[in-house]
Design a binder for this molecule. Structure first.
Ligand code: PHE
Length: 357
């Protein structure tokens, strides 16, 4: 009778387990794997030699060998985990960054970060330009009484100009009519009232913020949009100061080849009033579809503060004069970045939004 091919199995297995325990790196483990459990291993050649046994003996030997293989494979798996763990701990130790109280011990996989919407970043850029010109930035409420949104701005009830600023009326069950503001101009009233109360004139401020109108959304209108208002109240302010501020702003924000022009216009709260237009940013003044072949795009309104507004807030128009201007932030973003359809600004399509990160 030939000796069983598995006669030495116990000591062979013990040798394999010892060699596994002796592996000290993942690389060494990877290299030794074929000779421990793979094709070139003793386990595999023993497997082959079972072919010469009688069926019954082969079944027993097979089971025995299977058991030994499982033990060796388990040991190898555990060793792999130990080594991987040790290697990770070691590299964490090496990469450890000691910042005093804070110890950075792991580097996270980069997470994709959001960024401000184009309208928000445009607002910041506009604020920066005006701050650079000496303006401060002020804020005002988005929900206003009829008085701030209309009456103090010389738009009495039933005035036809109210049609230009149709809005959403909020019913708070109060005697006072409350509206979502239709423009940032009511913030002018708040600033002037506060300055009068604190005796802190002059004012040189810009006031950005969200506004609402009963408009149907289209490629150049949104019912919820943003404006930035400018207000200067000081001694000896003239229309030339207004024109100079508009021109300086336009060149700093849109670039030296874009000019501003003021065209006679009408606003109840300014006199004289002017529409504020800039060179078409699409055709640079040549004339195209966007500017209806005029070479100019309308951006907003402006004018010298109307004496009726000074009266409403209690400023002496003999001592002080001033100007105001206001224009759309969304419109500005649309013109500067040539956004064909303004609705893209609020539709949350990240393929569009990502372009402005
Ligand atoms: N509030 C006006 C509008 O929304 C713009 C404007 C602001 C006009 C300041 C004159 C002065 O149309």
């Amino acid at each position: 009778m030939t000796p069983s091919p598995l006669a030495e199995l116990d000591s062979q297995k013990a040798a394999l387990l010892r060699s596994i325990a002796a592996l000290s790196t993942l690389d060494a483990l990877r290299e030794s794997e074929p000779t421990i459990t793979g094709k070139r291993s003793i386990l595999s050649s023993l497997q082959k030699s079972l072919g010469s046994l009688e069926p019954e003996a082969r079944r027993d030997a097979g089971a025995q060998l299977q058991e030994a293989r499982r033990e060796v494979e388990d040991a190898l798996l555990r060793r792999r985990e130990e080594l991987a763990h040790a290697q990770r701990a070691e590299s964490l130790g090496a990469d450890r960054l000691d910042l005093g109280d804070v110890v950075v011990s792991a580097v996270r996989v980069p997470v994709s970060m959001g960024h401000p919407n184009l309208v928000a970043s445009t607002q910041r850029e506009l604020e920066d330009v005006f701050v650079g010109m000496g303006f401060t930035v002020a804020d005002g409420p988005e929900v206003e009484s009829d008085w701030y949104n209309f009456e103090a701005l010389n738009i009495p009830p039933a005035h036809p100009a109210r049609g230009l600023w149709d809005t959403f009326y909020v019913d708070l069950g109060e005697p006072e009519t409350v509206v979502l503001r239709t423009h940032t101009s009511p913030t002018q009233i708040h600033l002037m009232e506060t300055a009068v109360a604190n005796n802190s004139l002059p004012i040189h401020s810009v006031m950005p913020g969200r506004c609402h109108r009963r408009d149907t959304p289209d490629s150049s209108h949104l019912p919820t949009f943003h404006q930035i208002e400018g207000l200067v109240v000081d001694r000896g302010i003239t229309f030339a100061d207004l024109a100079g501020v508009i021109e300086t702003f336009t060149k700093s924000y849109f670039g030296a080849d874009i000019a501003a022009r003021l065209r006679p216009g009408y606003f109840p709260f300014t006199e004289p009033s002017a529409e504020f237009e800039i060179t078409c940013t699409i055709c640079r003044g040549e004339g195209c579809r966007t500017c209806s072949q005029t070479g100019w795009l309308e951006l907003g309104g402006s004018g010298m503060l109307d004496p009726a507004v000074f009266d409403a807030v209690g400023i002496d128009g003999n001592e002080w004069s001033g100007f105001a201007f206001g224009f759309g932030i969304d419109r500005c973003a649309q013109m500067r970045y040539q956004v064909g359809d303004m609705r893209a600004l609020i539709e949350n399509d990240t393929r569009f939004l990502r372009q402005f990160s």
